[in-house]
Design a protein around this ligand. Structure first.
Ligand SMILES: [Fe+2]
Length: 170
């Protein structure tokens, strides 16, 4: 006999598929970005960084607007603060990566820095697998509002740095 009732709703399945799928895309773009820096492929760096920033903008936005508050309701406000700081680290790294993507002839130190910066963003995706389990505790109403916030963020289509500069925290 099981003491745990595992209830998986359609909203949970959709949400898990969507968020996990997006984390995979971000993960792959980051890995490609680090590789392009190592190869000093400046054109590749610019195009991959552009894709990353466009994709991560709406993603970070709906996570911050709806998912983080929902998680804070379960884990407590300190965890909510931690998630915000994690995003801040990722945004600060992305700002510097954008600068480095404009450099024509990257030095050894700059390549090393770029790879390090990518590594500071990667945990954003890998660390989600744990809290992702908590999604099962969120009710369908919250999950539906998360999916709606995602649609709205994607419609606005602000890249990570534009969203951070113009909308976030205002
Ligand atoms: Fe995320």
């Amino acid at each position: 006999m099981s003491y745990v009732t595992l209830r998986t709703t359609t909203a949970q399945q959709r949400f898990s598929l969507v968020v996990r799928g997006e984390h995979r895309v971000i993960r792959d773009l980051l890995v490609l970005l680090a590789r392009a820096f190592e190869l000093r492929d400046t054109e590749g760096v610019r195009s991959i960084f552009g894709e990353f920033a466009s994709f991560a903008g709406p993603h970070f936005r709906y996570e911050e607007e709806v998912l983080h508050p929902a998680f804070a309701g379960i884990f407590g406000p300190e965890y909510g603060d931690k998630l915000r700081v994690d995003h801040e680290v990722a945004i600060t790294s992305a700002e510097r990566l954008e600068e480095l993507s404009e450099v024509e002839e990257l030095t050894e130190d700059e390549v090393e820095e770029a790879v390090w910066l990518v590594h500071t963003i990667l945990p954003h995706v890998s660390d989600f697998e744990g809290p992702g389990l908590i999604v099962e505790l969120l009710n369908d109403e919250t999950l539906e509002s998360l999916l709606r916030a995602r649609e709205a963020a994607r419609r606005d289509g602000l890249d990570l740095l534009t969203w951070s500069a113009e909308v976030r925290g205002q």
